[in-house]
Design a protein around this ligand. Structure first.
Ligand code: HPA
Length: 284
């Protein structure tokens, strides 16, 4: 569990460098980091300059925080915090490291978080390059991050019946934005596996039987921490490949980032417009 003082130290360093506190957070998955360049009045902080911040070791995960706002069509977004790159559970098997950026975001004032990832497509009809709105999450890593005192407080466990993990209003905005902008947006369940290996054919068959549409190695733990800290959460997967075992070819991390390069402009358009619209909703 992450102690408050660790977050507070990081908070002090970051808060002293930014002009305004972010309200909306956006995590950019494998190969999707370029979106941050669209921000106006950018303030960039390398994660290596933030005490206690876990460092990503995976290619395509840069490790910078970008603060700023989006402009478009005469509108301006709420202040944003964009995470370029993330830390995966398999890098350290330390769930606190995975949750740390979300804790920092919450401490800074972020109330809404959008999580993106590259994922392997399993669901029928999904193809490499598709974008998929995540409509539910499946945790097959069988671990769960905890936030301080949650057991003592006996708070509702997000995603366990009483409290929804994913925010319906955010999902509606993402759907409507995709329709209005003319971007095809598939929908489905995202499953978190620990990795770092891609799946075997048998594992993919199992996941298919469980109703999984896309499989990846991130997003679920971040979503859980964010919900536990009271944020509103939504996510989009970029289907970077058909899950290993479905196609005959060997899958590599480079294939994943290559598809990201091809589709990131489309994803960027979807995210920009959605963030401008989310900025207008009442964010409690
Ligand atoms: N499996 C798991 N994680 C992934 C994949 C995959 O096929 N593609 C991108 N991340």
């Amino acid at each position: 569990m992450i102690g408050n003082s660790r977050v507070e130290q990081a908070l002090a360093v970051v808060a002293s460098q930014i002009a305004e506190r972010p309200v909306i957070g956006l995590t950019l998955g494998s190969g999707l980091g370029d979106f941050a360049e669209a921000l106006a009045e950018q303030m960039i902080i390398p994660t290596s300059a933030i005490p206690g911040y876990p460092q990503s070791t995976v290619k395509g995960h840069e490790g910078t925080l970008v603060f700023g706002r989006l402009r478009g069509g005469g509108r301006m977004s709420q202040p944003l915090l964009v995470f370029k790159g993330r830390v995966h559970y398999y890098e350290t098997t330390n769930l606190d490291a995975v949750g740390f950026p979300v804790h920092l975001a919450a401490a800074l004032g972020v109330r809404v978080i959008l999580l993106t990832n590259a994922a392997g497509g399993i669901g029928r009809g999904l193809a490499a390059g598709d974008l998929m709105l995540i409509t539910d999450l499946l945790n097959l890593a069988f671990v769960q991050p905890q936030v301080k005192n949650e057991i003592q407080w006996n708070i509702d466990w997000p995603g366990r019946g009483r409290v929804e993990m994913l925010d319906r209003q955010l999902l509606s905005i993402l759907r409507e934005t995709a329709r209005d902008v003319g971007i095809p947006l598939r929908e489905g369940t995202y499953c978190w596996l620990k990795g770092p290996s891609y799946e075997t054919r048998a594992e993919i068959e199992m996941l298919r039987g469980l109703g999984v549409d896309a499989v990846g190695m991130s997003t679920v733990p971040e979503a859980m921490v964010a919900r536990k800290l009271g944020m509103r959460v939504a996510g989009v997967s970029l289907i970077s490949n058909l899950a290993a075992g479905i196609t005959a070819e060997k899958l590599s991390h480079d294939d994943v980032t290559e598809t990201g390069k091809r589709v990131k402009e489309t994803l960027g358009r979807l995210l920009s417009e959605a963030i401008l619209r989310i900025s207008r909703m009442r964010i409690e």
